[in-house]
Design a protein around this ligand. Structure first.
Ligand code: BG6
Length: 481
């Protein structure tokens, strides 16, 4: 099935940090794929901006190499690459000084969408925003896109929000959480709000508990310096897992508009109870060589967690009494992201003691093998009387929608949303601050208690303590296969 592609308006997009890893891996390949699909109108311009002195043609060659490295061979079409590279320009720029800003200003055209993607260290957000504004390069219709980490605590996030707010209005600021751009993450909203089936049961009267798992097989991947000051809590929970939790737990917004959605997500974060000792387990992979976090991160004394499992409570009418278990970690057994909603036992069984009851579970698989699976009880076929069995109503999106289904990468979708001016899948400033306001005291608690992460084997499903976190409540994690 070929997805419908609606072209966006013509634009000038400036990528700050254009020679960096994210631009090469995700942003530029994503733009190429949208160009190839015909979504980017002719005449649009993509301007790379970075500190390095690079000639325009060399920049184009660097981008060609990035496309070859990060895209499938079947996606690479010579003519399409050539016309894509023609759209590219480059400016050497000093984010904190004067060099390059006049050149950039002259490259920009009047009366078309202007977007500025800041794929740079957050410490530069304010400097760049200021120069874009004072030099008249950005106007009231321009959009500014910023990447995570958006701060490392509430104070730094507030400072970043304030630095951006000095020159840009909130409706111009696009804070990326790439999880929101994932196809199946958006599907959560469709499942909940486009079907009557689930919503009446979506509360503590019928839901026993919810599990959110984001397991990775990679280690810190050469980013030890950043990761070791961050850990799973700041790197994954404060943003990606928190956003998944919000989409699962939020009230139905009155429309699918950015602020209606974001208002509801914010209420979930604000309703989270503080998390105390005994409600979380931190872990660190300890193996040989790079499979040892202390070596992989480059910090032999590190107490940073590469894994965390937590039990959260949302104090509102809908969810009081239903725990949400979250876990995420690196160097685990396999790469799996999924959300499982486990329903309660029927109030009365008419089938007798010999039939073991199994929970109804709705599993939304975010990656890989995107799809949904609903476990239901049926009668086991055969003459042996009324014997029950639990089976899966299993749907893979690829099978249901066609095996050649081409799911766009999160970044592709998000960049096109910036050009369209649609902020629904971006985080608002107050959401980010609320998430940090919840995270901060938890991390302070660890520091005060001198909390040390528990070791786990690389390639395992995490530390023993994480299993106990569920066992002591009489529950079990779903298997990471
Ligand atoms: C990033 C984190 O935001 O998300 C990484 O900084 C993590 O540490 C990555 O590996 C996971 O993203 P995905 O899309 O591969 O699940």
């Amino acid at each position: 099935m070929v997805a419908r592609v609606i072209p966006v308006e013509q634009f000038d997009l400036v990528i700050f940090g254009a020679t960096g890893d994210l631009a090469r891996r995700k942003i530029l390949p994503g733009l190429y794929r949208r160009w190839k699909e015909g979504q980017i109108p002719e005449g649009s311009k993509i301007i790379g901006a970075a500190r390095s002195e690079v000639a325009r043609d060399d920049f184009r060659e660097m981008v060609r190499a990035a496309l070859q490295e990060f895209l499938d061979r079947k996606e690479l079409v010579d003519d399409t690459i050539a016309s894509f590279l023609d759209m590219l320009d480059y400016v050497t720029i000093d984010a904190k000084g004067d060099a390059g800003w006049d050149v950039l200003s002259n490259m920009m055209r009047a009366d078309i969408v202007r977007a500025f993607y800041l794929s740079v260290a957050p410490a530069l957000f304010g400097d760049i925003a200021k120069r874009l504004h004072t030099r008249g390069i950005a106007d009231r219709n321009s959009r500014i896109v910023v990447e995570k980490p958006f701060g490392k605590d509430l104070a730094t996030a507030r400072a970043l929000n304030a630095a951006l707010a000095e020159y840009f209005h909130e409706d111009q600021i696009y804070r990326i959480d790439h999880y929101l751009g994932k196809e199946t993450v958006q599907n959560l909203m469709a499942v909940r709000f486009a079907n009557i089936l689930f919503e009446p049961l979506w509360n503590s009267q019928f839901v026993d508990h919810v599990q959110i798992t984001v397991a990775e097989t990679v280690g810190v991947d050469g980013r030890g310096e950043y990761y070791d000051t961050s850990g799973a809590m700041r790197d994954m929970v404060q943003n990606h897992l928190m956003q998944l939790l919000c989409l699962i737990a939020m009230e139905p917004p009155h429309c699918f508009e950015p602020d209606a959605m974001r208002d509801e997500k914010l209420k979930v974060i604000r309703a989270l109870d503080p998390m105390g000792p005994g409600e979380y387990v931190r872990g660190q992979y300890r193996g040989r060589g790079r499979e040892d976090y202390l070596i992989d991160s480059g910090n032999p004394d590190s107490r940073t967690e590469s894994f965390i499992a937590m039990k959260l409570h949302i104090s509102n009418w809908r969810w009081k009494g239903t725990p949400f278990y979250l876990r995420t970690g690196k160097r685990l057994k396999s790469r799996v992201s999924e959300i499982a909603v486990t329903f309660k036992e029927p109030p009365h069984s008419i089938f007798g003691e010999s039939n073991q009851w199994r929970e109804n579970v709705l599993v939304i698989r975010l990656q890989p093998d995107e799809g949904m699976d609903l476990r239901v009880m049926i009668k086991e076929p055969g003459p042996g009387g009324m014997r029950l069995k639990d089976v899966a109503l299993d749907m893979s999106f690829a099978e249901a929608l066609g095996n050649d289904l081409d799911i766009p990468d999160a970044y592709e979708r998000l960049i096109m949303d910036v050009i369209r001016g649609n902020q629904t899948l971006f985080m608002r400033g107050d959401e980010v601050e609320a998430a940090w306001a919840w995270v901060d005291p938890v991390i302070e608690g660890w520091e005060q208690r001198d909390d040390r992460p528990e070791a786990y084997e690389p390639g395992s499903t995490g530390p023993e303590g994480a299993l106990m976190l569920m066992h002591k409540d009489g529950r079990r994690w779903r298997e990471i296969r």
